[in-house]
Design a protein around this ligand. Structure first.
Ligand SMILES: Cc1cc2nc3c(=O)[nH]c(=O)nc-3n(C[C@H](O)[C@H](O)[C@H](O)COP(=O)(O)OP(=O)(O)OC[C@H]3O[C@@H](n4cnc5c(N)ncnc54)[C@H](O)[C@@H]3O)c2cc1C
Length: 487
């Protein structure tokens, strides 16, 4: 009889289109699904608070789905290799299957595990469940990684199409005796004291939540995505990022549905579909970059930015984190993040630009705050987003292009609905002044019952002045670089 197969789950918390799980089921013999909590092995990027909350709910959902397929989710914590060895001993398993991850810590961990388990005469198989294209498959003609998005996007369109998604195994053979599992609460993923009320109200983690959000977006909104995606006051984006990060939905399933829709629907909706496909490829690009440039989660891709004269100001960092900068669009974004664990992409760019260009604080400080507060905190996407904004990454926004938080607000939240929702002290403000309350006539402030500096902060920096300082800092960097080149 075939020996049991252990399926090691991580960021692939679903049954549908899960290649490791399907292969284990097809191998014959019992299947033992396991999740091992080992945050110390992810250092220095162990999951942050909001991600841990999500993970708790998602593991509960996966456990339920596995039970419906006649199986269970075994939970363990501690050293991953030791936990896998213990399970092999306890169950007589002959093979360990898993879906690959691509972050530097995970790559190093996987190669060590694979080498050791193979040495100990176990069968090992690894699969791709989380990307459309392997980072080593899409390369330039010279065989190098891409650093610019558009040619990467084109190369993806010309690459072999990602495999068709697999359906969930309808039944998984259980072992004759289940190994012991710790309780989910033993992993201590949920916050104490409990600050997660806003997360609970906003999200339904797990594969069922992912599928209902995807279906609603795909049926009703993807056709308008190109027009609505920059409007935080509209329901224009999919908000699937935490599900994609945790592997609760398969990007291949989404990709094939989109490809089909693109060819069968009329041109206006095809544009929305194609723009959405591009965003999925930005996610691929982020993983491609982090895989090929593993130091970039902590250091700039463009080395000259290593000597950028960043400032240190705890008070300003704190004001930014808490949404008390006095710039309503920035504060709305930071408060949306604090309450829901998520922020609209346009606003992520605005708040990130404000941190690195108006406050001259290092992008790594922003990346760390996002890491702890986002339910979709993802090392590849977060690194790309911050390096892009700071101007030091691949295909980055040039440093001298500095977002003006007032005009960004006026352009993308033209009626102020987004600001009113997240900054309730400004809820009585008329649209004309809502993005620049410090310029409002006193009658408007009185009517809206706002006392600047008391009920809502005055701007912590003057944008025009801050812009000048940022440009001076950038020019200093450019001159230093030119001098180095001349030497
Ligand atoms: C400073 C900064 C930090 C960011 N940190 C993260 C992060 O930690 N985790 C994360 O998933 N995204 C991050 N992003 C990218 C982007 O903001 C989010 O993916 C997006 O807002 C998620 O919302 P959505 O699912 O509605 O996206 P949609 O617009 O519906 O897009 C669909 C999917 O495409 C992918 N995607 C979209 N835009 C990007 C992008 N610019 N880069 C990479 N993938 C993208 C995401 O997986 C997203 O779920 C960051 C962006 C910036 C500017």
């Amino acid at each position: 009889m075939t020996k049991p197969t252990i399926v090691w789950f991580r960021q692939d918390l679903r049954l549908e289109d899960n290649p490791a799980l399907t292969a284990a089921a097809q191998r014959g013999g019992p299947v033992i699904p396991v999740y091992i909590h080992a945050p110390q092995e992810e250092a220095p990027w162990a999951p942050g608070g909001a991600t841990r909350w999500w993970l708790h709910q998602s593991l509960a959902a996966l456990g339920k789905d596995l039970r419906a397929a006649g199986s269970r989710l075994i939970l363990r914590y501690g050293d991953t290799l030791e936990a896998l060895r213990a399970l092999i001993r306890e169950t007589g398993a002959g093979a360990v299957f898993w879906n690959r991850r691509y972050e530097p810590q995970a790559v190093a961990q996987e190669s060590l595990l694979a080498a050791t388990l193979l040495d100990e005469e176990n069968e090992i198989h690894t699969f791709n469940s989380s990307l459309l294209f392997e980072p080593w498959d899409v390369l330039t003609k010279e065989g190098n990684p891409y650093r610019v998005f558009t040619p990467f996007w084109r190369a993806c369109l010309h690459a072999d199409s990602p495999a068709e998604p697999l359906s969930s195994p309808s039944r998984l053979t259980p072992p004759s005796r289940w190994p012991k599992s710790v309780k989910l609460t033993d992993l201590e993923l949920e916050p104490r004291p409990d600050w997660a009320a806003g997360l609970r109200e906003t999200w339904q983690p797990g594969a069922a939540g992912a599928m209902s959000r995807w279906q609603a977006f795909f049926e009703d909104r993807v056709g308008r995505y190109d027009r609505d995606r920059n409007r935080p006051d509209r329901d224009g984006v999919s908000a699937l990022s935490p599900y994609l990060h945790h592997g609760e939905i398969s990007p291949r399933l989404m990709w094939h549905a989109l490809l089909q829709r693109r060819t069968t629907r009329k041109a206006a909706s095809a544009r929305g579909v194609e723009t959405y496909m591009q965003q999925l490829v930005w996610r691929e690009f982020a993983h491609h970059l982090l895989y090929h440039f593993p130091h970039t989660s902590d250091e700039p891709l463009r080395p000259e930015f290593g000597s950028f004269p960043w400032q240190e100001d705890e008070g300003q960092l704190h004001a930014w984190q808490k949404g008390r900068t006095g710039y309503p669009i920035v504060d709305a974004g930071m408060r949306q993040l604090w309450v829901t664990g998520w922020m609209h992409n346009r606003i992520r760019m605005v708040v990130a630009s404000f941190l690195v260009k108006d406050l001259l604080l290092p992008w790594q400080a922003g990346a760390r705050w996002f890491w702890d507060t986002l339910v979709d905190a993802d090392l590849a996407n977060n690194t790309l987003g911050w390096q892009w904004t700071a101007g030091c990454g691949a295909d980055a926004a040039p440093y001298f292009r500095i977002f003006n938080p007032v005009t960004q607000g006026e352009r993308f939240d033209p009626h102020g609905g987004y600001v009113r929702r997240w900054v309730p002290e400004l809820s009585g403000f008329p649209g004309r002044w809502i993005h620049k309350p410090w310029q409002a006539p006193s009658g408007v402030l009185n009517d809206a019952q706002v006392v600047l500096g008391e009920s809502y902060p005055r701007p912590i920096v003057d944008h025009a002045e801050a812009r000048g300082k940022a440009l001076a800092a950038f020019n200093q960097l450019k001159s230093a670089r030119a001098a180095n080149l001349r030497r």
